[in-house]
Design a protein around this ligand. Structure first.
Ligand SMILES: *Cc1c(COP(=O)(O)O)cnc(C)c1O
Length: 378
């Protein structure tokens, strides 16, 4: 790479250059038919996402946040209900619970893979019952793209009679064993925010389930709780639809997606080979495919390393600088017994490197050398 090239943290332009004509044709087609709301592309995308993921029913929606919210509305989550989730996540996971008047309960994660800790989860469920709450839902988060241990979590869900909803906003395209994201939990929510592994050109999201009844309720909640038609309101819903234009764009991007997921594996592997002897590189459980939304290191002097990298024009990001239980709006909610020491420590240590399927090997080697130099000199 030459000194004048800027390294992108996520490069959406490289992908656009590959499919510019297809995207423009798809947009033109929507402009020609004019069905901007729930047009034919929305149904086509849902069918293609069902085939891709293996889930029987796919309900597209307006964002990843809405995907989580629509499911909680469909399940009738309300005040007094407890919803368990990792604290080390993006705010949406907890926000949707609090919006419904229910109680988010924060659980710790594991240091090596950033995923919800089954031990902390079980302790938190028992503690929520003692506090007089009704535990109803577990939301594991597939942080940075790696699916959580759904076999273990579904087992805990079954034994306490809790519903499991995967927050797969970062992991669509990933898999665990022979199951793809979308089929690992009874219901899965994902996001098509532009920077996610499969992103549109605006906001978008989708919900995956094999439960036909739930799928039907979700379609109703997505359009103001409609019954026979939208002027027949049988339940309280919202406006949670995916735009036809975004669906048309996603159909084109989905064609590249399997190849891009492969490319992400190569990029992640190159980072790991280049860095694992000097820093904590991310651990992927054998048999698991991460969608590699982020490639995240753990470092002792994280801020100093990030500053050094910035001097060399290597962009980095910290996901997340503060766990949710320490956020002003969320400190009043319960945490698992014993506290959340791992979440708190990770917030100090994590640093995500540039990650996208179009990262060239030479650029990556430059980044790797810059990280090695920074780690050795701070
Ligand atoms: C991005 C994200 C969301 C929210 O998705 P939006 O489409 O931005 O609403 C929810 N949960 C996690 C873990 C995310 O990373």
């Amino acid at each position: 790479m030459s000194a004048t090239d800027t390294i992108q943290f996520i490069d959406l332009r490289a992908q656009q250059n590959r499919i510019q004509h297809q995207i423009e044709a798809a947009i033109k087609k929507v402009l020609a038919h004019g069905n901007y709301i729930l047009g034919p592309e929305v149904k086509e995308l849902e069918e293609k996402l069902a085939v891709f993921s293996g889930a029987r029913h796919v309900v597209s929606c307006a964002s990843g946040t809405d995907a989580l919210l629509l499911v909680l509305i469909a399940r009738g989550i309300k005040a007094g209900d407890a919803v368990l989730m990792p604290s080390f996540t993006f705010v949406s996971t907890a926000e949707v619970v609090a919006l419904l008047g229910a109680t988010p309960v924060f659980v710790d994660v594991k240091a090596d893979d950033f995923l919800i800790s089954p031990t902390s989860l079980e302790a938190a469920i028992q503690d929520a019952v003692k506090k007089g709450l009704r535990p109803k839902v577990i939301i594991p988060v597939d942080l940075f793209g790696q699916p959580a241990d759904y076999a273990a979590i579904n087992r805990i869900g079954n034994s306490y009679d809790l519903f499991v909803m995967a927050d797969a906003a970062q992991s669509f395209g990933g898999a665990r064993g022979d199951k793809r994201v979308g089929t690992l939990a009874p219901v899965t929510a994902t996001s098509f925010f532009p920077a996610k592994p499969l992103g549109c050109y605006g906001d978008g999201g989708a919900i995956f389930t094999d439960d036909e009844g739930l799928g039907l309720v979700l379609r109703s909640v997505r359009v103001h709780g409609k019954g026979q038609d939208k002027y027949d309101n049988v339940r309280i819903g919202t406006n949670g639809r995916l735009d036809t234009l975004q669906a048309a764009i996603l159909i084109e991007k989905l064609r590249l997606f399997p190849e891009e997921i492969e490319a992400r594996q190569r990029v992640a592997a190159r980072y790991t080979v280049g860095l694992k002897d000097i820093v904590n590189t991310p651990r992927v459980v054998p048999g698991t495919i991460s969608a590699w939304a982020q490639y995240t290191l753990r470092l002792d002097r994280r801020d100093a390393v990030a500053a050094r990298l910035k001097e060399h024009n290597v962009p980095t990001a910290v996901y997340y600088p503060k766990p949710l239980h320490q956020q002003t709006a969320y400190t009043r909610f319960p945490t698992a017994p014993g506290g959340l020491p791992v979440s708190e420590q990770l917030a100090q240590e994590v640093l995500s490197l540039p990650m996208h399927p179009y990262l060239e090997p030479q650029t990556q080697d430059f980044i790797i050398e810059a990280v090695r130099a920074a780690v050795n000199n701070v």
